[in-house]
Design a protein around this ligand. Structure first.
Ligand code: MLT
Length: 426
């Protein structure tokens, strides 16, 4: 007993501020990152705003987080699987690291019919962002990468963490060694590939987050040809494909030759409100080979087996229900609802005289504030209207002078946001 007290005292002391440091060196790559990840940083500013205005009713058009309830037939399937886990017959432990066979088959049939994608080329996971990080483990620190500018920040940040980049250059707001492919309304949001140096990996998101633009078939043919000639690998992020209104490809595998040069990630997050449930997938075709002829798929499989234990069995039951005929109908209904929100936001910003882009093929509206600093505009809208948006520069230097408005929200909140924006900018 007498020995316990000093131990407790010691523990208590250790909770007090201390100057003790370990002898472990900080990962120099993490030290290169500029501030926090974009969305937690926005959440931090939102929280500070709540402290300042405790009574304000904040509306979020910021992070693309779904708000509408998951259709009942999908949650019923998850409920049944969850309940089954409490029975001898229904219990299952670790699943296949690559995902359940039925799930992989359903994904291949639903999203890749006629594209020659086989179920064993699809890896079911806990989401596209997590797969991007795991793909970086496959590529390692020595590859060069290109990203659309602006682009979803996970590509750049995971590349920095992996050690593929040099330091952040404040003068150009870019990490050295990354090729930023400028995509603006001036080039139809598609990079001028003739001026892009060769890189090993090309991250490409279409429909695009944050600009909402979607690449045409001709543009994607150009991209695949560019990757083929350069011996590059495209990581094609199709997380918003279901939002496509125009007749553009929904998958890179609609383009001949893509099997030899492209990986594709997808997600149920924005399709079925699975941002919290967590379910996504990545396609790695057998023909995609490293320079020594080794299949990329085998290395991705190795990483998945080591760093992942398979997607949750309950989430996969939900995913299978999503891909049933009724589930597909329910998902499309939900997507239509968010697309109506997008149209309302586009109308509002346009009627206020702003130039907007996107909105037709993705749940994001890209709004131009010429000559203005994106974080200033973000601050102005938050301060005066209690609305959270996302500053365009958070997606790369090409996003400066823009904000992104997300269409994920309850209808009454979207309408309330539009009336506050009218008051602010009319
Ligand atoms: C976004 O707001 O860009 C997305 O919600 C982020 C994500 O999907 O991780």
């Amino acid at each position: 007993k007498t020995r316990i007290l000093p131990v407790i005292e010691c523990l208590v002391k250790s909770l007090e501020p201390t100057t003790h440091t370990t002898k472990v060196q900080r990962n120099a790559n993490l030290a290169k990152l500029q501030g926090g990840y974009l969305f937690p940083e926005i959440a931090r500013r939102r929280n500070a705003h709540i402290q300042k205005y405790p009574d304000a009713k904040i509306i979020s058009l910021g992070i693309g987080d779904t708000t509408e309830p998951i259709p009942g037939l999908i949650t019923l399937a998850m409920e049944a699987r969850a309940h089954g886990l409490s029975t001898l017959e229904g219990y299952s432990g670790y699943g296949a690291e690559q995902g359940e066979k039925a799930m992989r088959v359903a994904l291949a049939e639903t999203f890749y019919g006629g594209m020659d994608i086989k179920d064993n080329e699809i890896f079911v996971s806990d989401g596209a962002k997590c797969d991007i990080a795991r793909l970086q483990l496959v590529f390692g620190p020595d590859v060069s990468i290109a990203v659309q500018d602006p682009s979803y920040p996970a590509y750049v940040d995971s590349s920095v963490m992996m050690g593929q980049t040099g330091a952040f250059r404040k003068d150009v707001q870019q990490y050295s060694k990354i090729q930023y492919m400028r995509c603006s309304h001036e080039n139809d949001f598609f990079p001028d590939l003739s001026s892009v140096p060769r890189t090993d990996i090309i991250f490409f998101c279409s429909p695009n987050n944050p600009t909402g633009s979607a690449a045409t078939r001709e543009q994607l043919k150009e991209l695949v040809a560019f990757a083929t000639i350069n011996g590059s690998i495209i990581v094609y992020d199709s997380a918003y494909a279901i939002y496509m209104s125009d007749n553009n490809p929904r998958s890179i595998y609609e383009i001949p030759g893509a099997r030899e040069v492209a990986i594709e990630t997808g997600s149920f997050s924005k399709y079925a409100g699975f941002t919290g449930v967590r379910l996504g997938w990545t396609v790695v075709p057998e023909e995609l080979l490293f320079s020594d002829g080794f299949p990329v798929r085998n290395d991705f499989n190795r990483v998945m087996c080591t760093c992942f234990n398979g997607a949750s069995n309950i989430a996969q039951a939900g995913g299978l229900a999503c891909l049933s005929p009724e589930g597909l109908k329910a998902m499309n209904k939900m997507v239509s609802f968010y697309k109506e929100n997008t149209a309302i936001l586009v109308d509002t910003f346009t009627s206020l005289g702003f130039k907007t882009f996107g909105g037709r093929n993705a749940p994001y509206v890209w709004v131009q504030f010429p000559g203005r600093d994106s974080w200033d505009v973000f601050g102005e809208i938050l301060e005066k209207s209690h609305i959270v948006t996302t500053p365009g520069s958070g997606f790369g230097p090409g996003g400066e002078g823009f904000i992104r408005a997300s269409a994920f929200g309850h209808r009454e909140n979207i309408l309330e946001a539009t009336s506050r924006l009218r008051k602010l900018y009319l």
